[in-house]
Design a protein around this ligand. Structure first.
Ligand code: GLN
Length: 493
C-alpha cells in the first residue's frame, strides 16, 4: 500500500487489524511526509524516535485492542508531553520540558497512539491565524486557485489543522477556548469538535482561560473525530471541572439517521457583511439536513451580539491570572540581569522578553478588567452576559431543539500578514460564530461542506446539547454524508 499517511484513522485501524499494514509502516510514511513539509511550518518539534518506538510497541501488542493502537498523531504544543519540549509556542517557555504527561496525551498513548511531534499554534493559544507563534506561522496547505499567496491555516490550532489537511498525520489534538479547533478546521477543510466543557480533562494542558478551555480532536472526517474523542474523554480526578460521566461509544452512534431531529437556525448569526458564499453554504447545509429528515426551525439567541465583547473580557482576565506563573523563576526563560537588578527587575525583564505582543495585550486588558475600580464594570458584567448567553441556549434546547446549525467562520482562510496591521478587533471578529459555544460550555463541531469561488474550503458549525456529543457527531455525520466534501489541497510544498 502506498501513501499510508493519507488514510483516515478508521481505515488505518481496519487495515492494521487485517494485517495489511503495520504501525511502523504507517508511522514511517507520516515521518517521511513531515520531512518534506517544512514549508508548512506545522511541526515545531519532531519526535521520530519516540514515534518509531511507540509504533514498534503497538505492532508487538497486536491490533485487536484499542482503536488508536499504532495510529500516528500530532500533538498541539499546548499539551505537556513528558521530557519533550512544550512551549505553547511562547518564548517564555523556552527550554521547558515537562516532568509529566497531560491526561489527554497519556490517555491517547495508553490507547496505543503514536506521537509524531508537537504542532505549531498561536502563542498560548491566543490568536486566529497562528501568526503569534514564536516559531513563526504555520501555512495553510490550501491556496486560492491560480494564486500562490500563502494563507493562514487559522488559529490557534493552526499547526494541527495544517498537518491533518496535508496528511502529515492521521489526526491531531487541538484546544478551543473561543474557536481554536473549529475555525482552523473550517479554514483547512477538516473536521474539529470542541466537546462539552468538562468532557475532556484540562490537566497538563497549558492554561489560557480555564473556564473556557477544552481540548478536542482535529481529524479528516467525523468518524475519526468520534474515535479520537472517545479516547480523549473521561473523568480525571486531577481536574476538578472534569465531569464524572460515562463516555459513550461515539463511533457506534454514527448511524446517519437524523429523522425527526429538530435543527435550529439562529437568526442572530445572520450578520451583516457575511460573504455570499457563506450564506449559500448555510442555506445548502440547512437543505441537506432537511432532506435527511430533520425538522428545521427558526430560533432566536438574543444575546449573541454581546458574546464577543464578553469573551474578550473574560478570556484575558483568566489569562492574566494564569500567566502570572511565568516569572522567570520556575519555568523556561529567564532574562539576563544587570548588576544591581533585584527580583522585580527579573520579573519585568523576563516577561517583557518572553511574551509576544498579543499575549502582553491580553495580560494588560485582563489585569485592567480585574482591577479594583473596574471589576464590576467589566468582569462582573461580562460574567452576567455569559449567564444570559447560556440561558439563550438552554431555552431553545428546552423547546425541543436538538442541534443548532451556523457557519463556522465569517470568511474563508485569509492571507498571511493580511491582518497584521489591522485593528486587533478585526482578528477577534473571526470568533464571532464560535465564542458563544465556549461561553455556554456546549459541544460544537465544524464540518467542511463546500468551497468558495477561489476553491477554498468552508465549514459549517453544529452546536449540540451538553454531554450529547454522540448525537451531535451523528448529525455532523449526516451532514458530511450529504455534503460529500472530497476536495484536497493541491500539493505545492
Ligand atoms: N481566537 C480566539 C482568541 O484569540 C480563540 C482562541 C482559542 O480558542 N484558543 O482568543
Amino acid at each position: 500500500m502506498s501513501n499510508l499517511n493519507n488514510m483516515t484513522i478508521a481505515a488505518a485501524r481496519d487495515a492494521l487489524r487485517k494485517g495489511e499494514v503495520t504501525a511502523v509502516e504507517l508511522t514511517e510514511s507520516c515521518l517521511s511526509q513531515i520531512e518534506q513539509a517544512d514549508a508548512l511550518g506545522a511541526f515545531v518539534h519532531k519526535t521520530p524516535e519516540i514515534a518509531l518506538e511507540q509504533a514498534k510497541a503497538a505492532d508487538a501488542r497486536g491490533h485487536e485492542g484499542a482503536d488508536l493502537n499504532g495510529i500516528p498523531l500530532g500533538i498541539k504544543d499546548l499539551f505537556c508531553t513528558k521530557g519533550v519540549p512544550t512551549q505553547a509556542a511562547s518564548g517564555i517557555l523556552d527550554g521547558f520540558k515537562p516532568e509529566y504527561e497531560s491526561t489527554v496525551t497519556s490517555q491517547l498513548f495508553n490507547a496505543g497512539a503514536v506521537m509524531l511531534g508537537k504542532l505549531n499554534m498561536d502563542e498560548f493559544a491566543m490568536g486566529s491565524s497562528n501568526e503569534t507563534s514564536v516559531y513563526g506561522n504555520a501555512v495553510n496547505p490550501w491556496r486560492r486557485s491560480g494564486d500562490e499567496a500563502p494563507l493562514t491555516p487559522g488559529g490557534s490550532s493552526g499547526g494541527s489543522a495544517a498537518a491533518v489537511a496535508a496528511d502529515l498525520c492521521l489526526g491531531a489534538t487541538g484546544t478551543d477556548t473561543g474557536g481554536s479547533i473549529r475555525q482552523p478546521a473550517a479554514f483547512t477543510g477538516i473536521t474539529g469538535i470542541k466537546p462539552t466543557y468538562g468532557r475532556v480533562s484540562r490537566w497538563g494542558i497549558v492554561a489560557f482561560a480555564s473556564s473556557l478551555d477544552q481540548a478536542g480532536p482535529m481529524t479528516k472526517d467525523v468518524r475519526d473525530a468520534a474515535i479520537m474523542l472517545g479516547a480523549m474523554s473521561g473523568h480525571d480526578p486531577k481536574d476538578s471541572t472534569s465531569a464524572d460521566l460515562p463516555v459513550p461509544d461515539f463511533e457506534a452512534m454514527l448511524t446517519g439517521d437524523i429523522r425527526g431531529k429538530t435543527i435550529g437556525i439562529p437568526k442572530e448569526y445572520r450578520m451583516e457583511g457575511t460573504p455570499q458564499a457563506i450564506e449559500k453554504l448555510w442555506e445548502d447545509g440547512t437543505a441537506m439536513l432537511k432532506d435527511a429528515g430533520a425538522k428545521i426551525v427558526d430560533i432566536s439567541l438574543p444575546h449573541t451580539k454581546y458574546a464577543l465583547p464578553a469573551y474578550y473580557v473574560i478570556a484575558p482576565a483568566e489569562a492574566s491570572s494564569n500567566l502570572a506563573r511565568y516569572d522567570g523563576v520556575r519555568f523556561g526563560h529567564r532574562a539576563k540581569l544587570d548588576a544591581g537588578d533585584g527580583i522585580t527587575e527579573m520579573y519585568e525583564k523576563t516577561r517583557a522578553e518572553g511574551f509576544g505582543d498579543e499575549v502582553k495585550r491580553r495580560v494588560m486588558v485582563g489585569t485592567y478588567v480585574l482591577s479594583a475600580g473596574f471589576y464590576d464594570a467589566y468582569y462582573n458584567r461580562a460574567r452576567k452576559v455569559r449567564a444570559l448567553i447560556k440561558r439563550d441556549f438552554e431555552a431553545v434546547f428546552a423547546d425541543g431543539v436538538d442541534a443548532i446549525l451556523t457557519p463556522a467562520t465569517p470568511s474563508a482562510a485569509f492571507g498571511l500578514g493580511e491582518m497584521i496591521d489591522a485593528d486587533p478587533i478585526q482578528m477577534y471578529l473571526n470568533d464571532v460564530f464560535t465564542v458563544t459555544v465556549n461561553l455556554a460550555g456546549l459541544p460544537g463541531i465544524s464540518v467542511p461542506t463546500g468551497v468558495d469561488k477561489d476553491g477554498l474550503p468552508l465549514g459549517l458549525q453544529l452546536i449540540g446539547r451538553p454531554w450529547e456529543e454522540g448525537d451531535l457527531l451523528n448529525t455532523a455525520y449526516a451532514l458530511e454524508q450529504a455534503a460529500q466534501f472530497v476536495a484536497k489541497p493541491a500539493r505545492w510544498w
